[in-house]
Design a binder for this molecule. Structure first.
Ligand SMILES: [Zn+2]
Length: 393
């Protein structure tokens, strides 16, 4: 096979990149376009509107030869992309451009190439009597907390649809990823009492209490770094925690009456995120709040959960990983630090892995691209999957 042959899904990838599906906006044009295509193939897609207006998830089942849509394998990708604001693009990010064996465009790696290849190769699956059903899930709001996958799963559960296996096509360079860390985003709101800075005993300094809480979070992070538990398959082999944003105060001569702190933590499968958050909550309830209220009953701190994406664990069902490794001729799986929808699907009892084309290093960057050879590798994988799923008489 000539390597200069253009991948079969290039046109679809250009079409998908042409829809600006930045998470803050709508993805309905893309969803409507794909829905119409699926109907033209005789399929009956399900559009699951998001609770945020102007967005939807799309799901469709290709029934098995016996007509069944129960169980089977789901191929899942998110439709939204991250903003291009402030990035130095050399070409229009929403117009696919092929240069030097690469295809450039926002979402090319993360993760419209995966979605495009499935759409382009759907006829290959439809042409075969399938041993088990194949499902396609296109979600929204992945980049801002994986909300779409949660809504889609709730609707599937309501309808009694539950795939057995799932491949989430995030960019892994077509490696099988069996585990990723959880991602947990929280915000602390400190309410103090303002006063002139010459009269500190009359006020409550929200920033100073925020500093204590930040130090506590750092001490938890240091504990994990020093004492583990450790999982050497991760680049950073332990649970991490980090404060990323802080805002508070109006002037240096005013005791600040408010401070907001955003922090996150990412757990390895051996750590439970609930344990981490309960240690933080206990510290705020038993140390910070009493100390602030002792200064003034109107003061205090409140913890807000912003987003929680469960981790993907390598422990448990392995059929999907075994299938993907067999088709790819690969012996190993890897673990990664970034969170995806895969953990949400696994929590719903679906045996899930990550495996998709392109390099995560490209995700979210200016001049995002995907190597055409990665698209071809995915197409080969999907064709092998279709052949593998063909029912034998
Ligand atoms: Zn992604």
């Amino acid at each position: 096979m000539s390597t200069s042959t253009a991948p079969r899904s290039i046109d679809w990838l250009g079409t998908l990149i042409g829809f600006d599906t930045t998470s803050r906006g709508s993805n309905l044009e893309l969803v409507n376009h794909v829905e119409a295509f699926l109907r033209s193939l005789g399929l009956d897609p399900l559009v699951v509107p998001s609770s945020t207006s102007g967005k939807a998830n799309l799901f469709v089942s290709l029934p098995a030869a016996d007509g069944s849509t129960q169980g089977g394998i789901m191929l899942s990708g998110h439709t939204d992309v991250v903003p291009v604001d402030g990035q130095d693009w050399h070409s229009d990010p929403f117009t696919a451009q092929v240069r030097d064996g690469r295809l450039y465009g926002r979402g090319s790696s993360d993760m419209k190439a995966f979605c495009a290849a499935i759409l382009a190769l759907l006829p290959e699956f439809l042409a075969r009597p399938l041993r088990e059903p194949v499902h396609l899930a296109l979600t929204c709001d992945e980049e801002i907390g994986c909300h779409g996958a949660v809504e889609l799963l709730a609707e599937l559960t309501r309808l009694g649809i539950r795939p057995d296996k799932c491949i989430v096509g995030e960019p892994t360079m077509m490696r099988v990823i069996s585990a990723h860390k959880s991602s947990n985003l929280y915000r602390m709101h400190f309410t103090g009492v303002a006063t002139h800075s010459s009269l500190t005993p009359h006020g409550v300094n929200a920033i100073e209490y925020a500093a204590r809480a930040i130090s506590f979070i750092r001490s938890l992070a240091d504990g994990h770094r020093t004492n583990g538990p450790f999982d050497p398959d991760f680049d950073v082999p332990h649970t991490t925690a980090s404060t990323g944003m802080i805002s508070g105060g109006v002037a240096v001569n005013t005791v600040p009456d408010s401070c907001t702190v955003d922090f996150e933590f990412r757990t390895i499968p051996a750590d439970d995120p609930a344990t981490m958050v309960s240690r933080i909550r206990t510290f705020l309830d038993e140390d910070i709040n009493p100390a602030m209220r002792a200064e003034n009953p109107a003061a205090g701190v409140r913890l807000e959960e912003v987003a929680m994406v469960p981790g993907l664990s390598h422990l448990g069902a392995r059929d999907t990983g075994d299938l993907a490794r067999r088709l790819l001729g690969s012996a190993t799986s890897d673990k990664v630090a970034y969170a995806t929808e895969a953990g949400i699907f696994q929590q719903a009892g679906i045996d899930t892995i990550l495996c998709g084309p392109g390099d995560l290093a490209q995700a979210h960057t200016a001049n995002e691209f995907i190597e055409l050879s990665q698209i071809t590798a995915l197409e080969t994988f999907l064709l092998d999957l279709a052949a593998d799923l063909q029912a034998r008489p």
